[in-house]
Design a protein around this ligand. Sequence first.
Ligand SMILES: Nc1nc2c(ncn2[C@@H]2O[C@H](COP(=O)(O)OP(=O)(O)OP(=O)(O)O)[C@@H](O)[C@H]2O)c(=O)[nH]1
Length: 416
Amino acid sequence: MKATSFLMFSVVWLMLIGLSYYYQAEDDKKFGQKIAYKQAEMFFQHIVLMRKWNSEHGGVYVPITERTQPNPYLKTPARDIITSEGQKLTLINPALMTRQLAEMERGDSGIRFHITSLEPIRPDNQADDWEITALQAFNQGQKTYQEVSDIGGQRFYRYMGPLILEEPCMKCHDAPGNKVGDIRGGISVSIPSATIDDIIFLRLQWLRQSHLLISAIGLMALLLAYWAQVRLSKRLTKARSHLQLAYLDALTLLPNRRYYDAFVRREWKRATRHHYPLSMVMIDIDFFKAYNDNLGHVEGDQCLRQVARTLRHYFRRSGDLIARYGGEEFCVVAACDSMQIMQLAEILRMAVEGMKLPHPDSKISQYVTISLGVATLIPRENVEFGDLLLHADRALYDAKHSGRNRVEKYQGQAAE
Ligand SMILES: Nc1nc2c(ncn2[C@@H]2O[C@H](COP(=O)(O)OP(=O)(O)OP(=O)(O)O)[C@@H](O)[C@H]2O)c(=O)[nH]1
């Protein structure tokens, strides 16, 4: 994993965690709202039940107190009575009971409920704007109405349900036009949002902390993976360079003598098995000592590198090899006959000469040149690879002594 990949994975991880937090937080908020509306609905149903109980009994008589005064909007002949003990009682109908309960509840829990109508009998029961919208929606056929809305600058989850005229209600609501099943008004229940928001806040706090922890664990794991990967790739690079050092010549980056030895052993066996010719070219830079002496060892190394690069260019086949044999000597092994190897050797000679690398102390050219000794053998019994090497060496000797910058073929016994 590169540093950029690590960064990319980290960003993706954090984005996933962020998305998870966002969706869960939204879900929690919606869940909180649902709970609030459900609570309001249950409140509403409870009040409706109590009202039903009250109206089924035709109202209930309670003692007249400072707080419970006779209902001026109740037009019943027996509204106020006196018991045989002389206690004054007044009739409480469902509307007054709802109003008194609302006042009590508001003091205790902050939950508000309000009995109202588009045409209230009691002016104080006037609907607010939100309730008017809800009541109008009931007239249009909507069953319930719920929304987050402000009352006096405070946020509430508001729920409203319709009050439907039933038989017992007709005693008080028997005005012309009213009939059982009509929507007489509604009761709104308002739950202070603070009660739910506090619970949601705690839940979101926990959610934030758990997401922070998970993201930190994920980042740590990524960091660990990155660190392990960096260590591993360092080890691999080291191992690779050790392997290269073992088989490559550090100066020219050509295969070294060790690789050459293993290669020729394998090729010699194969050629013996299949009876095809194996050729060798020994290559030596001309007057290289003088080159070194004149231009210095560093320039000498540079020259070796350039010659190696030029020679390597002609060896792409897996069956051919060019290696640094030692010092300023190179060696070619190729599975081809003597004609082909002579052609290849001549190409190599021309390629090096064609580099036009200045050689101020060469006695035969103004440029760096090479001499090449070529030999070919078909491996068979009683013939060893050393023979081929010897022949190529002999041919190189001939090339040196016949003027250098030339290719000489081993002139001994015909090889193929
Ligand atoms: N710069 C450099 N020089 C090297 C390296 N290996 C061998 N040499 C030099 O190559 C030179 C080979 O010189 P000689 O064997 O005398 O042959 P020559 O001067 O090339 O003459 P001929 O081969 O007869 O043309 C020596 O001076 C070595 O020091 C190397 O890795 N780098």
